[in-house]
Ligand binder design. Structure first.
Ligand code: A3P
Length: 308
């Protein structure tokens, strides 16, 4: 894809986002969500028909998929792959900015026709993804973020993104988050679901905090896993193009009016400005019950990032 084609594709994506936001503004909070296999999804961008159509999407061995629970750094990683594959190596590569589950069912036919290699991203549970991704052993990057910062980020996202219903208070959001009554389901169930598959050779786990604190070594690991062999110089270049400040400054080009919605603070520890002592303890107990001692639970480094 040439730079001009990429620009046209981006502009189309932005126009589509505008349209969806306008449609969403006319709906009630109840009308903004749908339930698919027990998980809530935003109704204006997801549909049962699209989920069904996705089942026929044949994966290819050279596809690549970025898997995240919302607000764990999806757009950051998409941009990192964009820089690595498209800008730097000048590879013919199709990077889909929207999640695989977003859009109309016809989009699946369009995805089928895209040239290889294709880069997808998704917030779906393992079992809800098209089976052929696993049969073909497509390489998967699972990006995690600690559950408290994810909650704080998600709260603001619900209240600033028109396709999602708003929560009047942090308390109301916190309750829904703990009960998994938010779009894309429970953080805890989602992470547990992926945890069952973490030993599969095609899955690599990275963390938001790891990228924030030691971008170079984390990116080196990602690049090795995907067989990209980046030099130190290239890694520094990717860092300069994908750091928070640069991405936020460029966000009106990449995300239009939703630029400031997707690029808010980009920090570790903002949860401390939202949680009270009781809420913090409640989440600690939930983490202990569900994720402590699991492989993904360990990767989250809970005690380092989630204690006052
Ligand atoms: P905050 O709301 O805490 O700022 P997603 O892309 O999955 O929706 O995740 C959004 C979160 O990632 C937001 O967190 C956003 O600011 C943060 N983010 C996006 N790009 C980033 C970057 N380059 N560096 C650090 N954080 C980034």
């Amino acid at each position: 894809m040439s730079e001009t084609e990429a620009k046209t594709k981006r502009e189309k994506f932005l126009a589509e986002m505008q349209k969806v936001a306008a449609e969403a503004s006319k709906k009630t909070p109840e009308e903004l969500v749908l339930n698919y296999k027990g998980v809530l999804y935003p109704n204006t961008i997801c549909s049962i028909e699209t989920f069904q159509a996705l089942e026929s999407l044949e994966a290819r061995e050279d596809d690549l998929i970025i898997v995240t629970y919302p607000k764990c750094g999806t757009n950051w990683v998409i941009q990192i792959f964009h820089e690595i594959l498209f800008s730097m190596q000048n590879k013919e590569v199709t990077i889909n900015q929207a999640m695989i589950e977003f859009g109309k069912p016809e989009k699946v036919e369009y995805l089928k026709g895209q040239p290889s290699p294709r880069v997808f991203s998704t917030h779906m549970f393992y079992d809800h993804l098209p089976k052929s991704f696993f049969e073909k052993k497509v390489k998967i990057l699972l990006m995690l973020r600690n559950p408290k910062d994810t909650a704080a980020s998600y709260y603001h996202f619900f209240n600033t993104n028109p396709v999602l219903p708003s929560f009047e208070t942090w308390e109301l959001f916190f309750k829904a988050y703990m009960e998994g009554k938010v779009c894309f389901g429970s953080y805890f169930d989602y992470t547990l679901d992926w945890n069952k598959h973490v030993d599969e050779e095609n899955i690599m786990v990275a963390t938001f905090e790891g990228l924030k604190e030691d971008f170079k070594s984390e990116l080196q690991k990602i690049s090795d896993f995907f067989g990209l062999s980046l030099t130190d110089e290239q890694i520094s270049l990717v860092e300069s193009k994908t750091n928070f400040k640069t991405m936020k400054e460029n966000s009106s080009n990449t995300h239009g009016k939703l630029g400031n919605v997707f690029f808010r603070k980009g920090e570790i520890g903002d949860w401390k400005n939202h949680f009270n002592e009781e809420q913090s303890k409640e989440l600690d107990a939930k983490f202990e019950e569900k994720l402590a001692g699991t492989k993904l639970g360990e990767k989250i480094n809970y005690n380092k990032y989630c204690k006052f």
